[in-house]
Ligand binder design. Structure first.
Ligand code: ADP
Length: 476
């Protein structure tokens, strides 16, 4: 099978978030199955400066509405994945996104990819597009009679990673950017909230739609959780699938992780994980009172449930438990944490900033990792925690609901975390207390940690599901 991925970022070249991980990890797994995978992505200035040995293979002009914009195509092969990079003046900036003309920049990218698809003279079985940036590609092809005929065997899969970004543009973008007849807007195919939405266009024109967890799929189909997309998604309900992301098992591997103090596995974890805990506590200057170590590794933002997490943490600190918080983001949470640290200097350590090595050490050292998000399409923190034998304590939303089997007092054979349903102080406090009580029961603690360590959150499992979707639509 020939699979083309089209996305605004992909590891190892460009990454600002989870999208880059998904595109790369999924591609790697598909290559391992023997499939041919190519990734099409922008050549941002920083990437061009860092990776100097990319090969320039093509140059052409792209019509972005009335503008004729120069485009260079660069190529490289990495771990048997072919990477095609689109270069143009739109990407000669110091950041990937966040500009007023992002809509125009990614219109250029999408139109350039369409042009490049012809030039490669190599018709793919699947074009898998990701998020709003490239959402117009299936529409551009299906609304163009020549292209539609040329790519008649190609099927489109669209993955929604973040439904909050909907690619909203003025209605005039239909013609002014994408060169499409106005009727495509007027008939409602791409019209959304009084303008164009590239996200909606992808939902309408793709053969299959996915999002990053089964539970988030369910949430998106409801008026409460759909962010306005529930109507159009319900039209496509039977082609809409939720697939939980995996985590990178090479990057997060307690057996071989060079960033942690002592490596361990599902057989020798108990003593060695404790060694990681003591080393980290010594490094961060906090005391071990023989009680659980709670942690938070997160962006400091309201989405992550900090408003209930920090008071709950304080209740645990009062009882002599320890805690480590690693995060960066909103100032008010930094201040709040600083205040807590001043009041509990012996058992709370905080680190404001982004620190990969410390994150690994925290996962290896922690007993309980808090992930009480208000919403969370998939979430990686809880899966990384399990990989390191730390028990996630989650609010059951989005992917957090799919990835954690809650301990309910009876299911010690399978439970791998703790959780609660409703976003309120009472529930999180009670659940933290419950987790603490369970931790004190040594055989139970050992069993739950082992269950977490043995949980399969690999990308292989997720890739198998995407693969099944591809197989279900090709040759139809
Ligand atoms: P989101 O993408 O919404 O921030 P996820 O749970 O999907 O949340 O992914 C967060 C990832 O970022 C995890 O791998 C987590 O360990 C990491 N992370 C978050 N904050 C920090 C930080 N301050 N330092 C290091 N790693 C962090």
């Amino acid at each position: 099978m020939k699979i083309y991925m089209v996305a605004a970022e992909s590891r190892p070249f460009s990454k600002t978030g989870g999208l880059a991980d998904v595109v790369y990890s999924l591609s790697s797994e598909l290559v391992k199955k023997g499939e041919s995978v190519s990734i099409f992505t922008p050549l941002y200035q920083g990437v061009k400066e860092q990776f100097k040995d990319l090969e320039k293979i093509n140059t052409f002009l792209v019509a972005v509405g009335w503008r004729q914009v120069g485009c260079d195509v660069y190529f490289t092969k990495h771990e048997d994945i072919r990477y095609f990079f689109i270069d143009g003046h739109y990407f000669h900036r110091d950041q990937f996104y966040g500009f007023d003309d992002d809509g125009e920049r990614f219109a250029f990218f999408t139109l350039a990819v369409k042009e490049l698809l012809y030039q490669l003279m190599d018709i793919p079985d699947i074009i898998h597009i990701h998020d709003w940036h490239v959402g117009m590609l299936p529409c551009l092809i299906k609304e163009d009679e020549y292209a539609n005929n040329y790519f008649k065997k190609t099927k489109f899969v669209f993955s929604i990673h973040n439904p909050a970004f909907q690619g909203l543009l003025d209605a005039s973008a239909t013609r002014e950017l994408y060169g499409l007849p106005y009727s495509v807007y007027e008939n409602g195919s791409i019209r959304f909230k009084g303008g164009v939405s590239t996200l909606k266009a992808a939902i309408v024109y793709s053969d299959k739609i996915t999002t990053v967890s089964p539970n988030h799929r369910y949430e998106l189909l409801t008026p409460e959780g759909g962010m306005g997309l529930d109507g159009v998604l319900r039209f496509r309900e039977y082609d809409f699938v939720g697939i939980l992301n995996g985590i990178d098992y090479d990057e997060f591997n307690p057996r071989e992780d060079k960033l942690i103090f002592e490596n361990y596995n599902a057989n020798d974890y108990f003593r060695k994980k404790n060694k990681n805990k003591l080393e980290l506590m010594r490094k961060l200057n906090i005391y071990d009172y023989g009680k659980p170590l709670f942690s938070l590794v997160t962006r400091l933002t309201w989405q992550k449930g900090l408003d209930i997490a920090l008071p709950a943490l304080e209740e645990m600190l009062k009882q002599g438990c320890s805690a480590v918080v690693l995060g960066s983001g909103e100032y008010r949470y930094e201040q709040w944490l600083e205040d807590l640290r001043k009041r509990y200097p012996k058992n709370l350590a905080i680190y404001i900033g982004y620190n990969d090595a410390l994150a690994h050490q925290i996962y290896a050292a922690s007993d309980i990792v808090l992930v009480p998000s208000l919403f969370e399409p998939c979430g990686l923190t809880q899966m990384i925690a399990q990989r390191y034998g730390a028990l996630p304590l989650v609010r059951r939303t989005g992917g957090l609901k799919d990835s954690v089997v809650l301990y309910d007092g009876t299911n010690e054979g399978e439970a791998n975390g703790f959780g609660f349903d409703y976003y309120n102080q009472h529930e999180i406090n009670q659940t933290c207390q419950f987790a603490y009580n369970c931790w004190e029961n040594l055989p139970l603690r050992k069993q739950l940690m082992k269950n977490a360590l043995l949980t399969d959150n690999s990308w292989q499992k997720s890739a198998d599901e995407y693969y099944k979707i591809y197989l279900s639509i090709i040759n139809k």
